[in-house]
Design a protein around this ligand. Sequence first.
Ligand code: ANZ
Ligand code: ZN
Length: 838
Amino acid sequence: MKFNHQVIEKKWQKRWDDERVFRIGQPKPGKKFYILDMFPYPSAAGLHVGHPKGYTATDIVARKRRMEGYEVLYPMGWDAFGLPTENFAVKVGRNPKEVAAENIKNFRRQVKSLGFSYDWSREIDTSSPAYYRWTQWLFLQLYKKGLAYRAKANVNYCPSCRTVLANEQVLDGKCERCGNPVTLRELEQWFFKITEYADRLLAGLEKIDWPERIKSMQRNWIGRSEGVEVNFRGLRKDATEKSRGAKMKIREGEFDVPVFTTRADTLLGVTAVVLSPEHPLVDSLVSASERKAVEAYRREVRDKSELERTGLKKEKTGVPLGTAAIHPLSGEQVPVWIAGYVLMGYGTGAVMMVPAHDERDFVFAKRYGLDMKFVISPPHEVSEARHEAIHHGKKRKGQDGAYTGEGILVNSGEYSGLTSVDARQKIAAALESAGRGRRQVNYHLRDWLVSRQRYWGAPIPIIYCQSCGEVPVPEKDLPVTLPDDVDFRPTGESPLSSSKSFHDVSCPKCDKPARRESDTMDTFVDSSWYFLRYTSPNEKRRPFDPRAASVWCPVDLYVGGAEHAVLHLLYARFVTMALHDLDQISFEEPMSRLRSVGLVLGEDGAKMSKSRGNVVNPDEVVEEFGADTMRLFEMFGGEFSETLQWSTKGIVGVRRFLERVAALGERAEESEAPPPDLPGRQAGAETLRLLHQTIKKVGDDIEAFKFNTAVSAMMILVNHLSARGSVSPDVFETFLKLLHPFAPHIAEELWERLGHSDLLAREKWPVFDPGLAREEQMTVVVQINGKVRETLRLPSDVSEDEVRAAALASLKVRKWLEGKEPKAVRYVPGRLISIVSG
Ligand code: ANZ
Ligand code: ZN
């Protein structure tokens, strides 16, 4: 073994710590850099080898920035509240507080063992009262602004975690935490009004450097949709029943049934109006004869999830109300139904049914034998294919359902013949001028449900008083601390309600007996503002020092998993905008630049899991191969944003590279005397050239997050140096500066062995000299009519005219030109001359 990683890694970690190398001072103007990892929730399983992949990348950038003269804010902390910790604590029958403390201790040890340059004096823990006091403060600020409110709504409920969930926490109909199917329940809950920021959340995406994939996920999630609200007129049940068949008088405005559509052009294809089963108008519209069936159906859908109700492949069921609605343009009567696939939470909670042109409506109408009216004629090719499918039985995918595309209107009176795009505008205008509709923009984004019926979270700072109603806890009374005298096991009732000491309080306004809100906040509230706390983590009187926040924020570079695209990353943006509007901060976007880290998979290419037995324990890797090897392996193994497959062979290879570096270091130590063929300690020109090319490459690659090619470039340099008889200490020292951000322990060690007593971490980043990096000779290819006919070796500093002249003077070229003048000569600098001959 060329170096004992167990000794040197501890040694340098201690020295960095003792000398407080990574504590920050006041940055000079333009020289601040805030770089942040998505902080982990400290699980009982300990650190996953996937964590250090992101952390190594940020550490590399952080160390490089310091060497470039920046003050770098690079903190770490713990997202310690939340279901995983609590579920684990419940399972093992212990207090989540104790479990979390242990997990944090273990995580801290593991993270520290990898030598990241975090400023540990800024560590935060979201489950500590010193932190969650300010999460509660945030709640109160939003409350004061009307951005936090309590309301009864149909919400997602996880029967296994026994708590409600936000929409963002339901993935494919399943609970984000435990994977069990989620149901809908009507409950009174606390919400944050994120929908008020829908447009700004969309607009802000244009100003930030985030991966396109994440931006488009946010756009889709926000789901801006332009359409028309059309008023149908519902006929009251008794009126309908009395005058069956006869023309009827409708009382103006009394029974408007607004529906939301993005396809007003299909209005004359409407054959029914369908309400959500939860729609408040159902009670006044249902006819006496259908009431029973309607009640039964409403019970049936009550516990179904949104996915079950609306999924394209799911059954579409419903029942008629025995009532009619009047078409706003044709005046015809269409039946009114309720159906599970119409949701109360979107648009108006009602739709106009167009079976010929909407998939779900098609399935529904077929099932119940409802009318279909074909009003959009597809463009020619499409209609041929459909014709064949329908009349010649040649079923093709998608040809035997609704036609959902654009086309030309038919069977639509005065609108027939218009394109659907045109008709959409004309019909919207006609509805507006008739007072039967208005243009409307809807968003799929729902308000953020933040209350949880769980113990392990920040208590919601609200008190309910018999006479004063809902009363916010005065800020001076914060934090509302979590009580210990509770049964932690989730029952669906909030565990906090079982604590008398917590629950029974006096009203802050009138002093009469009152009770505390017993729900806690979603952990995503904790993490929606943590990056602000890091700027002044020890503030006692306020959540953060506004001056520190304005010096350091926004975060210049944020790194974490893409799975947070519409969770944490959306919430943090919303909270930042809200705090901006509350005059707490001066910026609206929390993170200027974001990079996503790809997963680390097991050696078998599958996601690491206990049951597969492919979990790699970082402690063992650090012990056997060292932190530097692990860091370098995770950077070298492929594109940063792609998945990385664990490979023992790869680890061994990287370790061997570091051993060669150590061996080279020994040779550099020995070669204090100048090599015989060189003046002074100067290295050969070729070595210097490669060194400067490497300086450039490694620097650029770090900025572009191409860590794998940066490592290869260093490997090429090391190969080159190893092949020489002697190694110039100057060259090797410069190389160590490049290596340092990637493998800091060994780099410091070799630096010291070369006779330095100061830390490498405090050195300057090497300056790239383009003059030294330039190749002296370049190869220019000569093409004639697109075919390569000659290659020229030329000094790299010749002018364009000289290159052209050299090309035309070449014997081979003259032969191919057969004495004719070339028609055109194009030069691609340093690479190619392209000649078009006559
Ligand atoms: C008639 C129609 C005809 C529709 C047609 C589509 C195609 P986005 O783009 O997501 O906004 N819709 C409206 N509110 C709904 C609700 N609460 N529950 C379920 N479906 C609802 O989708 C808007 C379309 O989704 C609307 O346009 C409506 O169906 C349906 F050929 O109206 B459409
Ligand atoms: Zn769950």
